[in-house]
Design a protein around this ligand. Structure first.
Ligand code: SF4
Length: 255
């Protein structure tokens, strides 16, 4: 499967222009808060909530100790603010207890697997968030996040089965990439898979007829060969399987 994953990566890198510029250069703890806010939320709304927290509190300790209703009101624009506000405070308490201070800078010298395991012991932190903290923050570590777009493209191209949920897909997809890839290459892989899901391999109506992966993609070839195949509710079977796998991997704040 590694060969197929590499072919897809190279094709998408040509289409979207690797290396992809990093969109964040945040402190790792800031990145963690930002990631927790962003789950199932548009970037614009989670960005606004993050800036509201930064503007309101002198530091993350002040947020941790604030009334939860106040935090909830400040992040009202994200999905599930009533879950995310207490979760962020619980995560900050957990970091303070485990690390002795409110900082994740110590993760810099830690092997990626160990750093991810440390982060995933925090409440509500799963593989996507741990990888995002290590990859997107200024730590710039080689950790692969998998969001719903990335997961959908991986399922449809046959890299992973539709029954493999987003959580366990992290390890499966990371194992297909060369072990000597650096942080930028791992980041590029996530970014191009995500971009392809956003710009071509849409959830409801993938644009297979203009897809650069069509010759590598069993789902796309089957769709174009039999475009009239639809279930009674209008949803094709491949899309239903993706939806099922996504629902297994999501549904609550934090991931
Ligand atoms: S061919 Fe269709 S299903 Fe396959 S990756 Fe492209 S858009 Fe998605």
């Amino acid at each position: 499967m590694t060969a197929a994953a590499l072919k897809i990566h190279e094709r998408l890198c040509r289409a979207y222009g690797c290396p992809i510029a990093y969109f964040h250069d945040l402190d790792p703890l800031d990145e963690l808060i930002s990631s927790l806010l962003s789950h199932r939320t548009r970037n614009r709304d989670s960005g606004r909530a993050f800036r509201a927290l930064k503007a309101h509190y002198a530091d993350w300790g002040a947020l941790r100790d604030a009334p939860v209703e106040e935090v909830q009101a400040l992040i009202a624009g994200v999905t599930w603010p009533e879950q995310k506000a207490p979760r962020i405070q619980a995560v900050l308490r957990g970091i303070g207890e485990a690390a002795g201070r409110l900082s994740l800078d110590f993760l810099e010298g830690m092997p990626v697997a160990e750093a991810r395991a440390w982060l995933e012991r925090l409440p509500g932190v799963g593989p996507k968030t741990s990888a995002a903290v290590l990859s997107f923050s200024r730590l710039r570590q080689p950790a692969l996040p998998v969001d719903s777009h990335h997961h959908r493209v991986a399922v449809r191209t046959g890299l992973i089965p539709p029954t493999l949920a987003v959580g366990p897909a992290h390890a499966a997809l990371a194992a297909m990439l060369p072990t000597d890839w650096d942080a930028q290459q791992i980041y590029d892989n996530h970014e191009v898979m995500m971009l392809h899901g956003q710009r071509c391999c849409f959830f409801r109506a993938p644009a297979c007829d203009r897809c650069v992966l069509l010759d590598l993609c069993p789902t796309g070839r089957a769709r174009l060969a039999a475009p009239s195949v639809r279930a009674a509710d209008g949803v094709d079977p491949a899309l239903r399987a993706v939806r099922r796998a996504e629902s297994l991997g999501g549904g609550s704040a934090g991931s």
